[in-house]
Write a protein of this length. Structure first.
Length: 377
């Protein structure tokens, strides 16, 4: 599911580019025997944590400069990229429309009529993409064979039904900023999609279970509940790794840069318990997880079942003992996500990749768009 895309391209590789508040992460994958192999990766983090308050999206020239540097220094070969739109700026909704009468009926007017009431700005200013959830309720195409038509029994009368459609949307202005960055970098932007679908691709794959993904970024934490590969619930709160850094700086009286290094040191610690400062910093995230679980549990399409597991990802997911802390608090198994699980990687790089994995989950999932989509039977 993508809000912007081009179908044709001759280059075999693809770069997944994640433009975040803390910098840019990029992963280059190449196809290999029906799978994908890691070619290289690179990243550039914002170093001046004490003064940086901007956004690379608002400074396309700087964004293009950083992207080109990553491309060159990491030795990337492909000039094609798939990028993600920040979740907090993307519209997500599941709507219902009447079941179409035949396979040729255009669903777009019905979808737009419903979405107009929900969008945060005029539909003319948005780029929309839709995915039919209840594909089994779509009418089958009429058989062209006249003999088969003559022998076929007329379909039994059906009661009126509604089908669910997942709609995502992004402001055209936001999409334009991405286009400008990649244009300046002279890298072909073949598609744009939401972070949720990139994370589903890298962390969940074909698992049909009810899974919550908690992506703890630098500025925000995004929570997505996925069932049978569809993101049914999405929430975003303004707290993340930066808040933890700020709390560490305040409690210890050091600069933000020094506190960021302390956080890195904590991530490699082997303490038996979560430091209190991390527990305090995690409380808003814990409350939001609980609220999201309540919202999902209230939905009736899954018989009010809760999620079966929680996957942590993002730059702060590897802080010490965060996963057992949440497992105990929520009574649900919580794991650190592994975005390399479905990618062929050199065995010697595994220790390094395991360490940086959570930061690259979105970028890896974006590059995994190389994998052929499985068609519905």
């Amino acid at each position: 599911m993508g809000l912007f895309g081009k179908k044709e391209s001759r280059s075999p590789g693809l770069i997944g580019v994640d433009v975040g508040a803390g910098g840019i992460k990029a992963v280059e994958l190449i196809p290999e025997s029906g799978k994908v192999r890691l070619a290289t990766y690179g990243y550039s983090q914002i170093k001046n944590f004490d003064t940086w308050t901007g956004s690379l999206l608002d400074d396309p020239k700087k964004g293009a400069e950083i992207l080109l540097r990553i491309h060159k220094e990491s030795g990337m070969k492909s000039m094609r990229a798939n990028a993600s739109l920040p979740s907090q700026h993307v519209f997500h909704a599941i709507i219902t429309i009447p079941q179409p009468k035949d396979a040729k009926e255009n669903l777009k007017p019905m979808i737009e009529a419903q979405v107009r009431k929900l969008l945060p700005q005029p539909i003319e200013n948005m780029i929309l993409d839709s995915l039919v959830i209840d594909k089994q309720l779509l009418p089958k195409p009429i058989v062209e064979d006249k003999k088969a038509q003559a022998l076929a029994l007329p379909p039994p009368p059906q009661e009126s039904k509604h089908i669910r459609v997942l709609v995502s949307g992004a402001p055209k202005e936001l999409v334009g900023k991405y286009l400008e960055i990649f244009k300046l970098a002279k890298i072909e932007l073949v598609s744009l999609e939401t972070e949720a679908f990139a994370l589903i691709r890298s962390l969940i794959g074909n698992d049909k279970a009810r899974v919550m993904i908690v992506d703890i970024g630098y500025e925000r934490t995004n929570i997505t509940i996925v069932y049978e590969g569809i993101p049914y619930l999405h929430r975003s709160i303004k707290t993340g790794g930066g808040v933890i850094t700020s709390m560490l700086a305040k409690q210890t009286g050091v600069t933000m840069a020094e506190a960021e290094q302390m956080k890195v040191d904590l991530a490699s610690a082997t303490n038996a318990d979560v430091p209190q400062v991390l527990k305090d910093a995690m409380m808003p995230i814990l409350h939001e997880i609980r609220y999201s679980l309540e919202l999902f549990g209230a939905q009736d399409f899954h018989e009010h079942n809760t999620v079966e597991k929680i996957i942590l990802t993002g730059g702060s997911a590897r802080l010490p003992y965060i996963d057992p802390f949440l497992t105990e608090a929520l009574n649900i198994n919580v794991y650190i996500g592994d975005p390399w699980a479905r990618i062929a990687v050199p065995a010697g790089l595994r220790p390094v990749l395991d360490e940086i994995g959570p930061r690259f989950s979105v970028a890896a999932g974006l590059a995994m768009k190389l994998l052929p989509e499985k068609k519905e039977k």
